[in-house]
Design a protein around this ligand. Structure first.
Ligand code: SF4
Length: 435
């Protein structure tokens, strides 16, 4: 390449997408396409899209139109789940020069350079059934935290979900490769790694290793002082894995488990692979070996078939669990999903009323969980510098704090004494104590 080109990178959706965008950015840099400086005009706008809900599609289209209005000369390079699921629609959006599927992200820079040379729009989207190879990715989320992709795709086919259509079959990296990436992250100064994937509990499926085997090896990597396991399906969160987290060197007492409904009838309609009894048992197991663990739980409000009685059952079940917070998602209709055959559509207003009800449950859970730690001392990894002399961070059990500390304390672990819970910022008062 003779001319220098620049790009803006924009990511929608999950941690996995953020991890992959960082890898794409690195590859662009090796091809001579660097980040567009502040106030500059980019040659490319790389959009890594999401399609988890109809709203995600809409946001992606709207962002592309806005980018095109702002930078009419720039070529938009679009990838991710929206591009994979709707390539024809995506290619007609203004300014879009390249549309690439989820497993073609590593070739995006070549496609961008090809555009510079020929100025010919290009669409490269392979059917997901053909996706077999694992595209590795380990990205720096900020100065201290890395997102390490260990698995991609999903074979579960929950009735409301389009992800298997967009991401393809479940596939994983090798333990040796993933450990090497963790070692590289440690060498680059990373202290915390978030283990990410689409269905990470399925790591190693079809082979003779498992997520537990991987975690055991990662725990040995020097320099990484904290691991967090991102969302894991309850039926794949084994007791052995919970016990390992409790006895490990660096795995934090923090779990994120998608429940989706606290009604067994709705779970069956969703084609989830567990019932509420199993879910409650997993929460109980965590609490028995890690009483201070943060437990975040995803739940969908107003899914098809969720009658007022089933919603009440669901609300009452999550209220009864000893968890730390809910992540509430109003149900979103997705074309091509089996959920569209389920009777009992919940109208928008009722869906949002139910989401608000669950939001109240969540606020109570978070206040109750956080309040248990007022007056106690916990380690915090300081990770966000602020101009006003405060640095933010999370305790080992994922309580958000902000403390008075010099900028030089960034990326260090300090002990803090926790004060009152602050509901407006969903954080805790805290002050550094001498070690
Ligand atoms: S487990 Fe279910 S909800 Fe999660 S990605 Fe797979 S199909 Fe979608």
């Amino acid at each position: 390449m003779t001319q220098r080109a620049t790009a803006i990178f924009h990511t929608f959706g999950c941690k996995l997408n953020f991890a992959e965008t960082a890898t794409v950015r690195d590859i662009f840099a090796t091809h001579g396409i660097t980040d567009c400086p502040e106030g500059g005009v980019p040659d490319f706008i790389v959009v890594n899209s999401c399609s988890v809900t109809a709203e995600a599609d809409r946001k992606c289209r709207s962002a592309i139109r806005n980018f095109h209005r702002r930078y009419p000369q720039a070529a938009i390079v679009l990838t991710g789940c929206y591009a994979q699921l709707k390539p024809a629609e995506a290619s007609l959006l203004p300014g879009v020069a390249v549309v690439a599927g989820v497993n073609d992200k590593l070739a995006l820079a070549d496609m961008a350079l090809d555009w510079l040379e020929r100025r010919r729009p290009h669409t490269e989207v392979r059917p997901v059934a053909s996706l077999r190879e694992f595209m590795p990715s380990c990205a720096r989320g900020d100065r201290t935290r890395f997102f390490l992709k260990v698995q991609d795709g999903c074979d579960y086919w929950c009735s409301y979900c389009t992800i298997p259509r967009a991401r393809g079959r479940s596939r994983s990296g090798t333990i040796a490769d993933i450990v090497a990436q963790a070692e590289a992250a440690a060498e680059a100064g990373g202290k915390e790694i978030v283990i990410t994937g689409v269905n990470i509990g399925d790591f190693g499926a079809g082979r003779d290793d498992s997520l537990l085997d991987l975690c055991r090896e990662l725990d040995k990597v020097e320099g990484i002082v904290r691991y967090r396991i991102s969302s894991i399906e309850p039926n794949l969160l084994t007791d052995d894995l919970i016990d390992f987290v409790a006895s490990s060197r660096a795995f934090m007492p923090h779990f994120h488990i998608p429940l989706q409904s606290g009604s067994d009838a709705v779970l069956a309609l969703m084609r989830r692979r567990y019932d509420t009894a199993l879910f409650a048992a997993k929460v109980g197991r965590i609490r028995s070996v890690l009483p201070d663990a943060f437990i975040g739980v995803d739940i969908i409000a107003g899914a098809r078939g969720e009658t007022p009685e089933e919603f009440e059952r669901s609300r009452s079940f999550v209220s009864s669990l000893d968890i730390s917070r809910l992540h509430v998602f109003p149900y979103s209709e997705r074309p091509g999903t089996r959920a569209l055959d389920i009777a009992g559509v919940v109208d928008q207003a009722e869906k949002h009323r139910r989401a608000a009800e669950l939001g109240k449950v969540s606020a109570g859970k978070l206040a109750g969980f956080s309040g248990r730690f007022t007056g106690s001392v916990r380690p915090v990894l300081l990770e966000h510098s602020h101009a006003n002399g405060h640095i933010g961070g999370f305790t080992d059990n994922y309580l958000r704090v902000s403390v008075d500390a010099p900028a030089s304390a960034d990326n260090s672990i300090v002990d803090v004494r926790l004060g009152a819970y602050l509901p407006e910022s969903e954080s805790m008062e805290a002050s550094v104590v001498a070690r």
